[in-house]
Design a protein around this ligand. Structure first.
Ligand code: HAM
Length: 414
């Protein structure tokens, strides 16, 4: 038990840890270009933030949250997603008082008690972006452009943009009536949870993963048929913007997203099997839901890092390889160790990546080790080299050796 991690979690090390760092660096680079600032919020929040923000009748809140009572008798939840916390922080820190929009990005862990299968984990990591303060479809277009660039830069090909509109509060009222009346005709075939949800929040029946419910939902009325004038115009404008930007998309009236805060635009990037890489949309009501004195429109997306890795593996895409160790400094004899170690430190200070021996290996074993870790060059420092103040730098691939003065080693490698 002690050496076994909890189900649905993952340890990060080696190649995947490196790939995660590359992905995060690429994401940060793009965010800099789009003037999006990083935010980091606590990994746990008051439970009510999610039950109100994400929605009482969602799968996430009803079935998946890691909730516990802390020693102060407060109900606390490990964040199941990044948006609610980012918006709470936006409000608590009065970021709305600054010039708008506020453009935020984050990397966060997220916790959902899911059945760990096909890319679903109980702890996953998200790269998320939230734009708060603008109701223009330009911000949706900007987010989608950023995502398109990101996907392009990491080299994924089998990813397509699907968009839909689920309308605003007003559209939803009329849509809910139509959906409810449709669902009532099939009530006897719905699962217990859906029978309940149908009355409280019929849209959430569309998320149900039970095969019988999925079958019924296939022919349910679509939100897009119930958009009011403003929501329709918003959606049309977004489509025009995307066309103008040469970003291909498909209108997929089946996307409603599983979280309650969405309004108007929803979108997902999916592969040819319909598996989702990332998702997001507009959520004009969330700020008001969290702080009723405020009413500020917002848009955002979240993309799972594990999902990105899964997509990269599926397509056989390799990210740029890790920089190799530039130099292995082998040590010959205990007397040389102290001075060799000083040289290692000096080289590292100068920015050269250096590895050395800490295991008292023989010179032969040290060279084998240097080879194993992929060091590009090696030197051996012993009493002789220290006396003469020179070493032979061996380029491992070509076998070529160059004599270099010890105090010139930094320059040689920079
Ligand atoms: P979401 O669709 O629930 O949306 O999650 C966003 C992304 O996180 C998914 O597309 C997927 O890549 C990844 N993901 C979600 N659940 C899991 C899981 N159990 N295991 C592995 N990866 C997962 C949100 O969370 C919204 N906060 C996105 C958003 C931001 N909407 C507006 N702003």
């Amino acid at each position: 038990m002690i050496t076994q991690r909890p189900k649905g979690t993952q340890d990060w090390y080696g190649k995947d840890m490196y790939r995660r760092a590359v992905i995060e660096a690429e994401a940060k680079k793009l965010c800099r270009a789009y003037n999006i600032k990083e935010i980091s919020t606590p990994v746990f929040e008051h439970t009510v933030l999610f039950s109100r923000g994400v929605g009482e009748t969602t799968d996430v809140v009803q079935k998946e949250m890691y909730t516990f009572t802390d020693k102060g008798n407060r109900s606390i939840t490990l964040k199941p997603e990044g948006t609610a916390g980012a918006i709470r922080a936006y409000l608590e820190n009065s970021l709305y008082a600054e010039s708008q929009p506020t453009k935020l990005f984050y990397f966060t862990q997220a916790f959902r008690y899911e059945n760990p299968q096909s890319g679903r984990l109980r702890e996953h990591h998200q790269f998320g972006v939230e734009f708060v303060g603008s109701k223009s479809p330009l911000v949706e277009a900007e987010l989608i452009t950023l995502l398109t660039k990101f996907i392009e830069r990491i080299g994924l090909k089998d990813v397509k943009l699907h968009i839909n509109s689920i309308g605003c509060k007003n559209c939803r009222k009329i849509y809910n009536e139509a959906l409810l009346s449709y669902l009532k005709q099939h009530e006897q075939c719905l699962c217990g949870t859906c029978k309940e949800r149908m009355q409280k929040n019929p849209l959430r029946v569309l998320d149900c993963k039970v095969p019988g419910c999925k079958e019924i939902v296939k022919d349910a009325p679509r939100t897009i048929e119930y958009l009011d004038e403003e929501c329709l115009a918003h959606f049309e404008e977004l489509k025009e913007l995307l066309t103008g930007l040469n970003i291909p998309y498909e209108v997929d009236t089946g996307i409603v997203r599983g979280l309650d805060y969405y309004t108007k635009t929803v979108f997902e990037f999916v592969d040819s099997n319909g598996f989702t890489l990332c998702g997001g949309g507009r959520y004009d009501g969330l700020v008001h839901e969290i702080d009723e004195k405020q009413d500020i429109p917002s848009v955002g997306f979240g993309m799972g890092i594990e999902r990105i890795l899964y997509f990269l593996d599926k397509e056989g895409v390799e990210l740029s390889p890790e920089e190799p160790v530039k130099l292995y400094v082998g040590i010959l004899g205990k007397e040389a160790r102290e001075r060799a170690f000083k040289i290692v430190t000096k080289l590292r200070d100068a920015g050269v990546s250096v590895e050395t021996d800490y295991m008292d290996r023989s010179v032969k074993a040290q060279m084998k080790y240097a080879n194993k870790i992929g060091a590009q060059n090696t030197v051996i420092i012993g009493a002789d080299e220290l006396d003469k103040n020179t070493v032979f730098v061996k380029h491992m691939e070509s076998g070529e050796q160059t004599e270099v003065a010890l105090d010139q080693l930094e320059e040689f490698f920079l």
